[in-house]
Ligand binder design. Sequence first.
Ligand code: NAD
Ligand code: 0WE
Length: 261
Amino acid sequence: MGFMQGKRVLIVGLASNRSIAWGIAQAMHREGAELAFTYQNDKLKSRVVKMATECNSSITIECDVASDEHIQNVFDALATEWDGLDGIVHSVAFAPRDALNGEYLDAVTRENFLAAHDISSYSFSALAKAGQSMMEGRAAALLTLSYLGAQRVIPNYNVMGVAKASLEANVRYMASSLGPKGIRVNGISAGPIRTLAASGIANFRAMLSKAANAAPLRKNVSILEVGNVAAFMCSDLASGVTGEITYVDAGYNITGLANLS
Ligand code: NAD
Ligand code: 0WE
């Protein structure tokens, strides 16, 4: 029996078979969880429906997290299928493309700062607020995805790093808020992975190979390696863990200087 048997989890942030959300869905499905999915817009719908089918799921709901109505509708729709919810995976980030290129202070604007924080951080708390009543009285767990740029300066990551710092603090405040209800909130800080969100990022290939060379495990991580930790974190095996950011990055974050060999 899988370690997520009987768990019902909503996955937000699936866009392609390279998405980190797909690695998470596959791991959770393998461990026996029942899954529901949202898709950002019509363009992504057919792809998400197809991947949901591969996880034996027929629950797909549109959700642009910029919209309070969409977020409320997700849980109204989910409540017609499920009588409760055991987890939410938030695998969403966005900043306008021109914010992710060049010097931080040249690229940051009031507008892109607000958009990055709204879509990449506030949306996690918004989903928790709207989903709270469906999770009450169950050992539920929320999970989001962060990146090292929250804690250290990464060239070109810019305002996304500031938004990820907000997201990581959000994890702690949400964990404190929901802890008394038995609901856990955690984050995974993943190493760089080639996904749609990484496409078109200048020098991403060089970043991947430098990160692999400097990491203790001398490799990049896969979406399934992230997915396996995500499944554990959302399962009762992690019942004593909340408010934590766990690195799944082949150990890159602990290094002080790339190896000299
Ligand atoms: P991805 O492009 O597959 O996923 C990003 C998702 O965000 C997409 O599904 C997209 O539809 C969704 N999204 C963006 N704006 C949205 C909106 N307004 N409403 C609803 N959904 C919206 O890329 P990914 O790399 O799998 O990213 C998932 C998460 O992992 C992000 O939080 C990202 O910051 C994080 N992360 C990625 C990496 C990496 O190198 N790929 C590393 C660490 C953390
Ligand atoms: O969180 C991310 C990327 C998130 C992201 C990606 C895009 C590209 C398309 C947010 N918004 C947008 N907006 C777009 O228009 N990652 C952790 C991957 C990533 O992105 C980087 C990185 C890494 C790693 C950008 C610069 C430097 C490193």
